[in-house]
Design a protein around this ligand. Structure first.
Ligand code: ACO
Length: 242
């Protein structure tokens, strides 16, 4: 994100552009690092999106609401198109890393949560601001939040909309690692190098397995492991990358 003068506040166009990146990502890309220019990861949604005028050149959420049909299907479609910008970051073929310095608020926090891994600078502060603004978090962040911190802590964080400092984020497992700000980029580079050292197809198959584990019974997961391993062994026997 490259809008530091607005603390990387995001608009609908940011999310449809993100979705486009996901849809057109070359197959050779294995790691995606999401970061923001300037002192903040992202201040979340551009607050102008809630004004009747909206953001110049973009659909206004409020106009969609006013002009929409009683089911608000146009608005639901608009939100779905925004969510596409976040969903692909979980794809098994890549590992996504949020590199977070400063504030990750609202949609910014949800963007960080959409990534597989989070590396935080020690000045990072995460906040699920939506409920405080009369909204709900709707950019696919509630599931990873609950899966990471549990229902009770997720409720507390969302309903107080308090800022979670970096060290607490690490304790809550919202961050894999916290480093001083000067070391953030080098730490992410090292992590990328470590991830790239694992063969691509094995990494993809393993991510697929790990991602499905929370929704599977033990028996289902054991079966998935067998299936995946047979695929791996067959690839190794064919002389694939393993
Ligand atoms: N939307 C639009 N403009 C923003 C946003 C935003 N979300 N956040 C910051 N800006 C603008 C400010 O208005 C300011 O503009 P100005 O220079 O014309 O006055 C500029 O970016 C810099 O912001 P500051 O507040 O001066 O920067 P600071 O580093 O002191 O604070 C912080 C950063 C904490 C992120 C603060 O700007 C803030 O609280 N922003 C609003 C956060 C918010 O409520 N986001 C919505 C969450 S809900 C959701 O995302 C769905």
């Amino acid at each position: 994100m490259a809008r530091p003068e607005r603390r990387n506040a995001m608009t609908g166009r940011t999310w449809t552009a993100l979705a486009h990146i996901g849809q057109t990502l070359p197959e050779s890309v294995r790691i995606v690092v999401v970061k923001g220019d300037g002192p903040s990861f992202s201040a979340g949604i551009d607050l102008a999106m809630f004004s009747p005028e909206g953001v110049e050149g973009e659909r206004s959420l409020m106009r969609d609401l006013r002009d929409g049909d009683p089911d608000h299907s146009a608005l639901a479609d608009t939100i779905a198109s925004y969510q596409e910008g976040f969903l692909w970051l979980r794809d098994p073929g890549i590992v996504s890393i949020a590199s977070v310095r400063g504030h990750a608020i609202g949609a910014g926090f949800q963007l960080a949560l959409s990534c597989d891994l989070r590396v935080l600078a020690d000045d990072a502060r995460m906040c699920m601001k939506e409920p405080a603004l009369g909204l709900v978090p709707d950019l696919t962040g509630t599931k990873p939040l609950v899966e990471t911190v549990g229902v009770s802590r997720a409720l507390e964080l969302c309903l107080t909309a308090r800022e979670v400092p970096a060290e607490e984020a690490r304790e809550l497992r919202l961050a894999e690692v916290v480093v001083d700000g000067a070391s953030l980029d080098a730490t992410v580079d090292d992590l990328v190098a470590g991830l790239l050292a694992t063969p691509a197809e094995a990494a993809t198959a393993t991510k697929e397995l790990i991602r499905q584990a929370p929704g599977n019974t033990l028996e289902e997961q054991a079966e998935a492991e067998r299936r995946a391993q047979i695929g791996r062994l067959a690839a190794l026997a064919r002389g694939g990358d393993g």
